[in-house]
Design a protein around this ligand. Sequence first.
Ligand code: SME
Length: 160
Amino acid sequence: MSAARIDEVRNEVDELAQALPTAQEFMQAMVKVLHERMLKYNWVGFYLLEPGAQPPMLVLGAFEGAMTPHTRIPLHQGICGAAASSGQTVVVDDVNQDPRYLACSLETKSEIVVPVFAHGSVVGELDIDSHFAAAFTAEHQDLVQHCARLVGNKLETATQ
Ligand code: SME
């Protein structure tokens, strides 16, 4: 994956952020672009923290790729739970070596999960799975973190 492709996709996502008024529309369009344009991004989706839920729960939002059995993930489970509870990006180069991993597809080899912050708190996360081992190099981490930041900004500023 060339750096030029990453820059192009970053620009496309920036344009969507300008064009789409709501966070929901933006997330829907973003997962489509990332899934279609980034060849190793084989499943792309958002999980959002359910407001007021006890225990705290991540709920599947907009996604592209095969349906996952994990539509609701408690914060103490999975790579998704680890990213949301720590507020840190988690990159796993080989999911089969990570005991936290909750399997979505047998083909998945690597995964990145980046928390989305709004008003200083984690409100959800952007989760991407790849059929390729170690797909999420530093330049990909930058792109995915940029995408998550844009969604956080949109959640802070949009009316819904
Ligand atoms: N693999 C994730 C679960 C979500 S699916 O990848 C879509 C995890 O370990 O938390």
